[in-house]
Design a protein around this ligand. Structure first.
Ligand SMILES: *[C@@H]1O[C@H](CO)[C@@H](O)[C@H](O)[C@H]1NC(C)=O
Ligand SMILES: *[C@@H]1O[C@H](CO)[C@@H](O)[C@H](O)[C@H]1NC(C)=O
Ligand SMILES: *[C@@H]1O[C@H](CO)[C@@H](O)[C@H](O)[C@H]1NC(C)=O
Ligand SMILES: *[C@@H]1O[C@H](CO)[C@@H](O)[C@H](O)[C@H]1NC(C)=O
Ligand SMILES: *[C@@H]1O[C@H](CO)[C@@H](O)[C@H](O)[C@H]1NC(C)=O
Ligand SMILES: *[C@@H]1O[C@H](CO)[C@@H](O)[C@H](O)[C@H]1NC(C)=O
Length: 750
């Protein structure tokens, strides 16, 4: 792609902005490695990305480019011999400069689902030097849940790709949570716990995020010594690579949750036993929270911080969430301040430069407890400038506005976007495009950054790329122009049909303006009942039209892997809506006692539409159940580990807990899972409905639930192998589905 008018408009609107409040307390949060080390790390990254073409880039990291405000900056220019010069104030800034050049001069694209890297030769010239400075200090990445929903089975090769993606997208503050159980285990052994007491405390790999937050214990565990060794070695590589690129790693700290065994060793400690979390009873939940004013709190916190810093080093910022989805025993502001003060003290006792990064999820999750007085008390337990709050779900429910900008503590505006790693097409483009700027100009704003806090990744690439760009901009983008440039870059050519499809998606699935209530509650991936939520937040006609335009673009874009991924994804979304339509028809026929109509609609659903969806998903690697399970199996050393990890992997995406405690929350539309889990459920449901009509007894949901639970369990323990390589021709499969169902989709929808 040549530099066109659009590119120039986009670049000219990038530029310098006045920063918000500068917190001197945060000035030490910056890259620790030498400029030369960061330069080498970016050069290596470019080689991984584009091979020898990397030699045509002259990359330099020069920290003085950031100026006194410490704001990351990059500069692009052309130098002799057709080379491009990229100077960055940090490794991340330089990598962002490279990606910006690759995007807007070379028309390239890099995403989770694939890359489009046809770099023109010679490299296009940069007509005059371009300097871009980010308006805020930090671009944050990760939710504490991402480590379980997405990263859990990753090896170093996959991590390396992700860290590259972070740098290219300008992220300079990632969470680095891998392997922390190794440190906890050392601390607990030092305190005198036995191995079985420790084993009982940790959850299995697929549920570590909730073990760490004190929501769960034991479930899916124990962790083996092989697991510990592998995670420790991974984490050492992860923090090393992040730092060499100039990132500030966020490590964990002690939030107060302790193993039950400590009550044996220290019978006099002051603990509170919290209630069950999310439909879990005390078999796997009800953790013990050590009173932060108990002397043991400082001892455990100190041991943990010391051991962790000895093992992993530090960038002086730590995450601890004591009350994530759990209600404190008292709402007395003095109590809440004492707690946060004790937590912060356990950090600064070991690292005097410690900054506490706190997820603001609790304020969104439980607003009836967290009123202004409680929030203020919790946040003022540490000096101003020592806590950074993540406004975790700011694209939907920003908290800064109702808390006078977190009562003076700095905060980061985050797009959460995704729950449970679900696949639905979804986004709030308008909010992403304007929200951060509103936060910057808010009265006495304490905004210090923007970020991404998805529970799961590997979905909806577009909205993440948009948010990452916003982190480097001074004002909103023209979305219409941006999306058409996005479409061209993603597929490596301008295709009017594909661009039209993206415009339609932008104005429908990606322009949801309501809250989360309708975000991927599709009946397809929920346990069937007669009371399913069929609402969506967008105009379905737009989706079906987008599907048509993607299909029309197919013959010109068959060689683009990112196009094939999107074609599957949009078709999947259309099929999901078709499933809803068949469900409504089934329900209506049942209610009017029309068995014949019920069987017709039900027959299409289970004998054609769902099998076709399974074929469709099985034709692209990113949508394979086999890939998810294969990751789990590769992490195992022994047969026993393999079977435990397989259970973790399957349970997380289905029952989520032993008895369906958070049933289908982390649902996935995977080839293999549609056929052997969702379809089986729908079949059973139809059987129950037909039987109910013929026997003239009402459908009994409870009875069905018990029966379907056996189907769900059978999937988890079926020991069936699923291929991790795709089968079938995507274009043929889409063609079959489209020709058969598009006319119905449009007609039904009228
Ligand atoms: C870094 O930039 C400063 C200010 O522009 C300049 O004086 C210095 O020479 C540069 N350092 C290197 C190593 O290029
Ligand atoms: C234990 O902690 C609670 C607050 O969680 C406090 O109210 C109580 O006084 C403490 N008890 C003792 C014996 O220190
Ligand atoms: C708690 O849940 C487990 C399954 O997770 C079950 O076996 C046990 O009976 C339950 N206990 C109580 C007291 O309900
Ligand atoms: C965005 O760009 C389109 C196409 O260039 C233009 O028609 C439209 O007016 C622009 N919108 C705004 C708000 O500037
Ligand atoms: C999103 O919807 C709002 C109205 O709800 C509209 O004003 C806006 O233009 C739409 N944005 C896009 C990109 O379609
Ligand atoms: C776009 O779709 C039209 C049909 O509407 C088709 O004739 C044309 O070949 C398609 N163009 C491209 C570039 O795919």
């Amino acid at each position: 792609m040549k530099v066109d008018g659009l590119t120039l408009i986009l670049l000219s609107s990038l530029g310098l902005v006045v920063s918000g409040k500068v917190f001197q307390t945060l000035s030490h949060l910056k890259p620790q490695r030498k400029d030369a080390t960061q330069t080498a790390a970016v050069q290596d990254l470019l080689h991984r990305l584009i091979g020898d073409r990397a030699n045509e880039f002259v990359v330099t990291v020069n920290s003085s480019l950031a100026g006194n405000d410490g704001l990351d900056t990059y500069r692009l220019g052309s130098v002799d011999e057709g080379k491009v010069a990229v100077v960055g104030s940090s490794g991340v800034a330089a990598a962002t400069g490279c990606y910006s050049y690759l995007k807007y001069f070379c028309g390239c694209h890099i995403s989770w689902s694939g890359v489009q890297l046809q770099v023109p030769s010679p490299l296009p010239r940069v007509p005059s030097t371009i300097t871009v400075k980010t308006p805020n200090r930090f671009r944050y990445y990760q939710n504490v849940c991402t480590s379980s929903y997405s990263f859990v089975w990753w090896d170093w090769a996959r991590w390396e790709k992700e860290i590259d993606w972070m740098a290219l997208n300008g992220i300079n503050m990632p969470l680095a949570f891998t392997g922390q159980e190794v440190i906890w285990q050392r601390v607990f052994l030092t305190l005198g716990l036995g191995q079985s007491e420790i084993d009982d405390f940790f959850t299995g790999p697929g549920f570590l995020a909730w073990g760490r937050m004190g929501n769960l214990h034991t479930w899916g565990g124990p962790l083996s010594s092989n697991w510990m060794e592998k995670q420790l070695s991974l984490q050492n590589k992860i923090v090393e690579r992040m730092r060499s690129l100039g990132m500030i790693t966020v490590l964990p700290a002690f939030a107060g949750h302790i193993p039950q065994g400590l009550l044996r060793l220290f019978p006099k400690i002051n603990v509170t036993r919290l209630g069950g979390w999310s439909n879990f009873n005390c078999t796997y939940s009800c953790s013990y929270l050590l009173d932060p004013e108990d002397p043991l709190f400082q001892r455990i916190g100190g041991l943990f911080m010391t051991e962790m810093i000895r093992e992993f080093g530090t960038d002086h910022i730590y995450n601890a969430d004591t009350f994530n989805e759990m209600t404190p025993t008292s709402s007395d502001p003095a109590y809440l301040s004492a707690i946060s003060s004790a937590i912060f003290k356990s950090m600064v006792n070991v690292d005097p430069g410690a900054i506490w990064l706190m997820q603001g999820w609790l304020f969104v999750n439980n607003p009836s407890f967290w009123k202004a007085a409680q929030i203020r008390a919790l946040l003022h337990g540490a000096p101003i400038g020592k806590i950074i709050v993540l406004d975790l779900f700011a694209e939907t429910s920003p908290i800064y506005q109702s808390t006078e900008s977190f009562f003076g503590q700095p905060f980061i505006w985050c797009m959460l976007h995704n729950f449970g790693g679900n696949h639905g097409l979804y986004g709030k483009v308008e909010s992403v495009n304007t929200g951060p700027f509103e936060a910057m100009s808010f009265k006495d704003s304490t905004l210090v950054g923007t970020g991404l806090t998805p529970e799961g990744i590997d979905q909806n690439d577009m909205i993440y790329e948009l948010m990452n760009e916003i982190g480097w901009r001074s004002k909103p983008l023209n979305l219409t122009e941006w999306i058409s440039s996005y479409s061209s870059r993603r597929y490596g050519q301008k295709n009017p049909n594909a661009t039209t499809a993206w415009q339609l998606l932008l104005s429908s699935v990606y322009n949801c303006t309501q809250t989360w209530k309708d975000h991927n509650h599709s009946p397809l991936v929920r346990r069937p009942s007669l009371k399913m939520n069929t609402e969506v937040c967008y105009n379905q006609d737009y989706l079906f039209e987008a599907w048509k335009y993607m299909y029309l673009a197919a013959s010109s874009l068959l060689t683009s892997s990112t196009f094939l991924y999107d074609l599957v994804d949009v078709t999947r979304e259309a099929v999901q809506q078709l499933v809803t339509q068949y469900y409504m028809e089934i329900k209506a026929s049942y209610q009017s006692e029309d068995t014949e109509k019920l069987l017709t609609a039900g027959g299409v659903l289970v004998f054609d539409l769902l099998p076709q969806l399974d074929n469709l998903l099985s034709s692209q690697p990113q949508f394979l159940l086999g890939r998810w399970l294969d990751g789990a199996s590769k992490m195992a050393v022994t047969a026993e580990e393999a079977s435990l990890y397989d259970m973790n992997a399957r349970n997380q995406v289905t029952l989520w807990g032993p008895t369906g405690n958070i049933l289908d929350y982390a649902n996935k539309q995977f080839g293999g899972l549609i056929q052997d889990y969702y379809l089986e459920r729908w079949s059973l449901f139809l059987g129950y409905l037909v039987e109910s009509l013929s026997a003239e007894v009402p459908f009994q949901q409870e009875k069905f639930n018990q029966a379907v639970f056996n189907v769900e369990m059978a999937f988890i323990y079926n020991a069936k192998k699923y291929s991790s390589t795709p089968t079938g021709d995507t274009i043929d499969i889409v063609g079959n589905i489209f020709r058969k169902y598009y006319p119905k989709a449009v007609k039904r929808n009228q």
